[in-house]
Design a protein around this ligand. Structure first.
Ligand SMILES: [Zn+2]
Length: 375
């Protein structure tokens, strides 16, 4: 037997002990011959044998022949298929080449890589499809206390670049509004803290955990307290719906957020600055509008204040000829204003006819203390 043309093989037949025998299969002239110590050589003509391929890599050759009925030979050595006699056979050769091509071009590491790639792509698609749900799930696991710590860090950043207003009249105006609005918020998880900061741009924004920052210009430019209340109701909704936190979870990634849950705030606080001036998605803005609208109704405040504020903004923009740089920050962080006005107007239609709103009463400015004339 020419060992360069013989390969380990197994013969299967019911007459064999355990139904099988190990040996070698050899190409001899025009025949394939199975040799085993316990058996006489078993010979079959290559020309009319039957080869089928199987196994995980399709390289196990199962060989049968009508000359040896009920016998099956298995050879797992791929070199058998490359033997000249088999490779040049018009039918077996084509079958073998097909099998070889399939397995040579795609060795198992490549197959594993392809499988991994397919799995990763599927995973990425799934993550992308369910990113909102995943973000919400992770955000939902973050306790309000962590959100508050984070809010403190963000608010400290605000204070590092601006200062709180000492204007007593503006504070009184704000108190009159918040004392109406806050008790009506049914979500009691957050202690809202309102801050007026010196700033000529018309803006207000919420920080996770309960801080709401209002620029002096917003209070000064609003035509009536209900306009401010509308803005605050909207900002409160950003907090109660945890929009900032959800934005943060999706931008910082879950690792930093999980670190925060386990007490390591450093990474998160570093990212806190990115929360300033952040834009919310249209969905978040819509949600803040409709929640805010509900808060206004709950507080018996006229929700048209929300719509009027947009009109005031538009007027200010016109007055400035669109050139007042930064004055309309609120517009830049609150896009799609036309849409939102239209939606708010639609929402007004569901307010029951005859609903009575209670106007916000802002105390008149306290008279200057009378200084007794010195004699
Ligand atoms: Zn908003």
């Amino acid at each position: 037997m020419d060992s360069s043309r013989s390969w380990p093989a197994t013969a299967y037949h019911s007459s064999l002990p355990d139904g099988r025998a190990s040996g070698r299969i050899a190409v001899e002239a025009e025949d394939l011959v199975f040799h085993a110590d316990s058996l006489p050589p078993l010979r079959m003509r290559i020309a009319d044998m039957d080869i089928r391929f199987g196994g995980f890599n399709n390289q196990q050759a199962y060989i049968c022949h009508s000359q040896l009925p009920a016998w099956t030979f298995l050879c797992t050595d791929p070199r058998l298929l490359n033997d000249d006699v088999i490779a040049s056979h018009p039918f077996h050769g084509r079958k073998a080449r097909r099998t070889n091509r399939a397995s040579r071009n795609w060795p198992w590491p490549a197959k594993a890589l392809i499988a991994l790639t397919v799995l990763s792509i599927t995973g990425i698609i799934a993550l992308w499809t369910f990113r909102g749900e995943i973000t919400d799930y992770v955000a939902g696991k973050i306790p309000v206390s962590v959100e508050e710590q984070l809010g403190e860090a963000v608010y400290a950043q605000v204070l590092s670049t601006t200062k709180e207003s000492e204007d007593a009249a503006l504070k009184a105006q704000l108190d009159a509004i918040t004392s109406r609005l806050v008790p009506a918020i049914k979500d009691k998880r957050y202690a809202f803290k309102f801050h007026i900061v010196e700033n000529d741009t018309i803006n207000a924004f919420a920080v996770p955990g309960g801080h709401i920052v209002i620029h002096t210009a917003l209070l000064k430019k609003a035509k009536r307290p209900e306009e401010v209340a509308g803005v605050l109701a909207h900002e409160i909704a950003h907090i109660t719906r945890r929009h900032s936190l959800r934005n943060m979870v999706s931008s910082l990634g879950t690792t930093a957020v999980l670190a925060a849950i386990f007490g390591d705030m450093s990474g998160v606080v570093d990212g806190a600055a990115s929360l300033l001036g952040q834009k919310y998605s249209r969905d978040f803005e819509r949600e803040a509008d409709s929640k805010g609208f509900q808060y206004m109704l709950d507080a018996k405040l006229d929700p048209t204040g929300m719509i009027d504020f947009f009109a005031t903004l538009a007027e200010e923009e016109k007055k400035s000829g669109g050139g007042m740089s930064g004055a309309l920050e609120f517009f830049s962080t609150h896009p799609a204003t036309e849409d939102r006005m239209a939606t708010l107007k639609e929402m007004m239609k569901i307010v029951p006819v005859g609903t009575v709103f209670e106007p916000i009463v802002v105390p008149a400015e306290a008279p200057a203390p009378i200084v007794p004339a010195t004699p």
